[in-house]
Design a binder for this molecule. Structure first.
Ligand SMILES: [Zn+2]
Length: 286
């Protein structure tokens, strides 16, 4: 199957569906990440040109590691993507050319205008994908893809979990792809949190950023949900499993009790409802 993860920025798809993408690629599915912005806003010291060039290099490393395709709309600056007609048509043509079975993108009530606008663009494109008279330069799809939503921390409204993917077997790869986005993980994001800059060459700093604390089989969900290392990446995905424990058990039976790390997805009502085939693929990834 063909999976298209559409994020506003390079790192969005990595953070929210990097584990699932790793598993899908390993299982022989086609995966592409699209970043609709060029990353020029994501730094406090580098110039816009420097940071967008650095981020493209980081993205290429991620693509190579996972065995996926990576695309960036290099002509769109951060904080500039708009859900206007021209960009909607660009999105329609882009999706039609890739012909995804499944799209994973942002919800439309995410915090960042770029995330929201990308979510809106995909929603606005969804029905029109099958309308031949709109964007006749590309062939209309026969049916709409399944459109899933990436997880986010916003609660009004809550993301309704439809699919949860255990990523324990690829958590090291997921942490590696977080670390590859070093301009963000070790530089820009700590700056935005008003935290001292960690040293990416210091193993203690790397541990603190990526793992926070040692999570073992014995660590309880309560410990994970209450840890002070809430921004560490391993903790972020352990929290998804802890928060959605009941849904994990509903989805995977007893095995769901043991899952340490997970990624969760909602589903847009405007795409094709999740098919049995898609559900089977996403819940049987080894
Ligand atoms: Zn983003």
């Amino acid at each position: 199957m063909r999976f298209l993860m559409i994020g506003a920025h390079q790192d969005d798809a990595e953070f929210e569906c990097g584990g699932t993408a790793t598993l899908l690629a390993k299982n022989g599915h086609q995966v592409r990440f699209l970043s609709c912005c060029n990353g020029c806003g994501g730094h406090h010291i580098n110039t816009k040109e420097e940071i967008s060039a650095r981020r493209w290099e980081e993205s290429k490393k991620v693509a190579k590691l996972l065995g996926i395709e990576y695309d960036v709309w290099h002509d769109v600056d951060d904080c500039s993507i708009m859900p206007d007609l021209e960009t909607r048509r660009r999105m329609i043509n882009y999706i039609r050319e890739y012909k995804p079975d499944v799209i994973i993108t942002h919800r439309t009530n995410d915090y960042h205008a770029d995330h929201r606008n990308v979510g809106i663009l995909v929603q606005d494109a969804s029905y029109v994908l099958i309308v031949p008279h709109e964007c006749p330069e590309t062939t209309a799809l026969k049916e709409m893809p399944v459109i899933l939503f990436m997880d986010d921390p916003f609660t009004n409204p809550l993301l309704i979990p439809e699919i949860i993917v255990p990523i324990d077997s690829v958590i090291e790869t997921k942490l590696q792809i977080s670390a590859i986005n070093e301009s963000q993980v070790f530089e820009w994001l700590p700056y935005t949190y008003n935290e001292p800059a960690p040293d990416k060459n210091n193993p203690e700093d790397v541990f603190k950023i990526l793992r926070g604390f040692e999570i073992t089989e014995k660590t309880t969900d309560k410990e994970i949900l209450n840890t002070p290392f809430k921004r560490a990446y391993a903790v972020k995905y352990a929290k998804v499993a802890a928060k959605h424990r009941k849904f994990l058990i509903k989805s995977y039976g007893k095995l769901g009790k043991k899952v340490r790390y997970a990624e969760v997805f909602g589903c847009s009502e405007y795409g094709t409802p999740i098919t049995e085939e898609v559900r089977k693929i996403l819940t049987n990834l080894k």
